[in-house]
Design a protein around this ligand. Structure first.
Ligand SMILES: [Zn+2]
Ligand SMILES: [Zn+2]
Length: 338
């Protein structure tokens, strides 16, 4: 099969005759659309532990069934599957922390390839059939949407709440879209990049340039009821920016460190925040199967409009340059169409 193989840091090679994944009990899927995610970018830069070359990157995908050993799935059906699911029986899975499971089930290879094989267990837990009117590109985004669903759920999100998103990258903007779908009364987004601010504004957020409004806490309070937003999401991998927003959540609110910082990095948390202001600090990484299922339902019912987020599409041959353009912040989201 054709595949874009990550062979060394900053190097993706297009290989015409890469070995096909082996068919087993489950589904062989022909990939039709896939998304470049921050995790792929980290791996590409050689910064992601456990994702060493050579390997095929990519985990956000949708496609068609090429071969099936499962009665419920016929050849040619449009499907998508989550990149992982928990085992369901370990202590983490049983305590509502499936994303921390050490015994997850995965697809055979990454999705920047013509085909991938998905074992029966993963299909049973997370597989879904894409509605005829939903494009493959939208369906491929069920995984990032699921991560954002877990993010807001872990802040015990309630309709009518106010939210501030710090960082207007793809995941930040996805928080804006979900908060809107889930009834936010006000959405504030802080982002230095002008085109990203303009997009967030178009989507209904109040936008703020952190270079102009250096006192983010004051800005947040001025644009809510004087107390600050119920939920603050730091969707950014920068220690200083994460620290700059600790003053933003309202008393009793939530501060979510959504962006993954490097393992060795540390930040200073004002003790006043958690004691006297009773702000809950939250962190999540990944999603749980129930979040993924909810995401697929929202997409199949057309509740989230991803269209404004698709800035550019690429072919499988162009995966390297797609990732480069994401690294250079030239585009918000790179989608690979096959
Ligand atoms: Zn992803
Ligand atoms: Zn488990």
């Amino acid at each position: 099969m054709k595949a874009a193989v990550y062979t060394a840091p900053h190097k993706i090679e297009f290989i015409q005759d890469y070995p096909d994944p082996e068919m087993g009990d489950g589904l062989m899927i022909q990939v039709k659309a896939s998304g470049v995610c921050a995790t792929d970018v980290k791996a590409y830069k050689g910064l992601r532990y456990g994702m060493e070359p050579p390997m095929i990157l990519g985990h956000e995908f949708a496609g068609e069934v090429l071969a099936s050993s499962m009665e419920d799935y016929k050849i040619g059906e449009r499907v998508s599957v989550a990149p992982y699911a928990g085992c369901g029986i370990c202590d983490f899975c049983l305590n509502d922390h499936e994303e921390l499971c050490k015994d997850k089930v995965f697809t055979t290879n990454g999705c920047f390839a013509e085909k991938l094989f998905v074992p029966r267990d993963l299909v049973n837990k997370t597989g879904w059939k894409i509605s005829q009117n939903v494009p493959f590109m939208d369906a491929a985004l069920a995984e990032p949407l699921a991560c954002v669903i877990l993010s807001l759920r872990s802040c015990r999100w309630e309709p009518g709440w106010t939210i501030m998103v710090v960082g207007g990258g793809f995941m930040g903007i996805l928080h804006v879209l979900l908060a809107q779908a889930w009834g936010a009364s006000k959405i504030i987004l802080s982002e230095p990049n002008l085109p990203r601010r303009a997009l967030a504004e178009e989507l209904g957020a109040i936008v703020c340039d952190p270079n102009e409004n250096v006192d983010l806490g004051r800005y947040a309070r001025d644009h809510t009821d004087g107390y600050g937003p119920h939920v603050v999401i730091a969707s950014i991998a920068n220690e200083k920016v994460v620290e700059s927003a600790f003053d933003c959540p309202r008393p009793g609110g939530y501060y979510h460190m959504f962006g993954g910082l490097p393992k060795q990095s540390s930040i200073t948390i004002p003790s006043f925040l958690t004691h006297y202001k009773e702000v809950t600090l939250v962190g999540t990484s990944g999603y749980r199967t129930k979040d993924y299922r909810l995401a697929s339902n929202l997409i199949n019912e057309g509740k989230i409009d991803f269209q404004p987020l698709f800035s550019k599409t690429f072919s499988l041959k162009q995966v390297g340059s797609a990732i480069e353009q994401v690294v250079n912040q030239e585009i918000l989201k790179a989608m690979i169409l096959e």
